[in-house]
Design a protein around this ligand. Structure first.
Ligand SMILES: [Zn+2]
Length: 55
């Protein structure tokens, strides 16, 4: 699904199913965004903590 980047209002693609605390990266400004709410889905800039979120 597509969401709007809170930093630049660009389009951010999220893999479904969207999970809470998932990290997505904005393709336009490269900001790392965390899923902070699921209903409705909303994004916030991710904290700058290195997490093991690789897949
Ligand atoms: Zn952005």
């Amino acid at each position: 699904m597509n969401q709007t980047c809170p930093e630049c209002e660009g389009t951010v693609q999220l893999a479904e199913p969207v999970r809470l605390s998932e990290i997505a990266q904005c393709s336009e400004c490269s900001a790392e965004l965390e899923v902070v709410n699921l209903d409705p889905v909303s994004l916030a800039p991710a904290p700058e903590i290195e997490e093991d979120w690789g897949e």
